[in-house]
Write a protein that binds this ligand. Sequence first.
Ligand code: F6R
Length: 629
Amino acid sequence: MCGIVGYMGSSGVASILLSGLKCLEYRGYDSAGIAYINNGKLNVTKSAGKLENLEKLLTADRQSSLAFSGIGHTRWATHGVPNDLNAHPHLNADSSIAIVHNGIIENYAMLKEELESEGYKFNSDTDTEVIVHLLTKEYKKTNSILKAITNSVKKLVGSYALGIISSYQKDTIFAVNHHYSLTLGQGDNEFYLASDIVAVRQYTNKILRLEQSEIAEITQNQVRLYDFNGHETMREFITVDSDPYLINKDGYKHFLLKEIHEQPTILRQTIGKYMVHPNAKINFNQNNEPLTNAHTQEKSAGVHLSKNDIMGIENILIIACGTAYHAGMIGKYYLEQLCNVPVNVEIASEVRGRNLLVNEKSLVIAVSQSGETADTIAALSEAKRKGAYTLGITNRADSHLSRISSNLIITECGVEVSVAATKTYIAQVVSFLLFALYLAEERGSLTTSYINNLKLELHSLPALVETVLANETYIKEASIKYADAQDMVFIGRGINYPTALEGALKLKELSYIHASGYAAGELKHGPIAVLDSLVPVVTILMPGSVYDKTLSNAQEARARNAQMIAVACSDDEKAHKYFDTVLEVPPVDELLSPILAVIPLQLFSYFISDYLGKDVDQPRNLAKSVTVE
Ligand code: F6R
């Protein structure tokens, strides 16, 4: 959450910082700003709202293009509303020190009281501002920015990353990382700083990631690293040889639409990677790669559980947030159904502060697209402390989650730019299915013929997703008919209950229409009270063990005059008879149905959002990487 960039070199700082911030805008877009030094003077330009507002200000500010060092920030508001005053960078009273900050300072209220009693005047409602005043106070005592930093970090509680610039040391910018993520990039007599490697990789493939509690002192010619006691540490920049993280819309109107259309390819790649052909055993370690690639510092995917470990697993806990939590709910279904092992799935933030009942016989699976979600990381760390086996499922090999997971499945979807998750969701779901099949094969919990049939179906899944996408024009017309709804209800049962939750989540985050997902059988236990002719009810009506019961629950909604929408198979006559709108998918095995059923729901939300003129790729109030608890 929030993004930091920095530059120290000999090119105009404004365009470099802006370009970095564009890559990080997914982390928050409530406000943006930069601080730079020109002619020995520290200047700050910032603005509430999206990056384009800052861009306009900078175009009019010629000085910013003449400066060669600076820091920048894009904000997702935690403390204080998104306005100009709360936007970063924050300056001290005499404009000699400016900082940008990610994370939360948990003891900021106490520090603020202390600083105010000493005469420091606060201009914003942020927790960040305490840091700039603390640095000022410590600088007055030590006459050194580095010492001011090492003294200040001892007083700060929380996880955070900082960028610092000061007119007291004009030729330097500082970066501070404490249980967050900051990456440095090295060019020719220039250095880049960013919260995400993506923003640095556009300029250089020589990178260095800051350790958990580390300070970087960056001048034009060198970077010096220090621990929080001020002792210098030595590490080299490494060359990242992977492809640059390319970000473009490929002609699509929005990243979201592009990412929805990438799903068949992603399924093909993921399935093909771990299941070379339908008769082959599933293998998560086919390249025998070392778990951590020393060259790139990125962790390679791999499941390193021995047969004994696998046979000894007595229970599984899945932890995740948001869309990843919905993937985890489907994962529970797969693991219980195919491997006969009890599985719990928990919202990661709900695990905090509880007695986590896992032990050496437990496997804890953390699912996170970004691999940086603070609650998920904290819950997994706690499980690790208790001795559980750990498995991370993430799209980012370079993430915090990857570093702390003993076993790792990388979903390899490429960067997901749109804030709403789509392609990473189906990759998480299919990864769960592959992992469940892998465990089932190892534990011998299913017959070979059952497994082989399922693998065969899985092999043909990407083509089925393509047929749903080919129906896009119809889905568009069908969707926008419901664009004036104020509320929508999504229902599903069994393996498609999570699909209903995900459908509702996508609709509300993309269109801002209020939507709730329910287990279809729960409708009559309360939610049915909200139904009338103005409320569309979307039923996930896929063939399988719960088809009849789901249809009966939908009839209960129909009897209350609700507008009836179904996601159902193309050959389902009952669906065509009882529902006003049918979003069709091809017939498929029940276990694979969540992967197909979610596709028309993604498009449904996309088209409504676009029709309503909403900000599809960056919905209001959201951020892609949720690094605060
Ligand atoms: C919804 C969405 C969020 C994320 C959630 C967890 O479209 O993207 O609900 O799924 O914030 O994020 P990750 O997966 O990065 O842990």
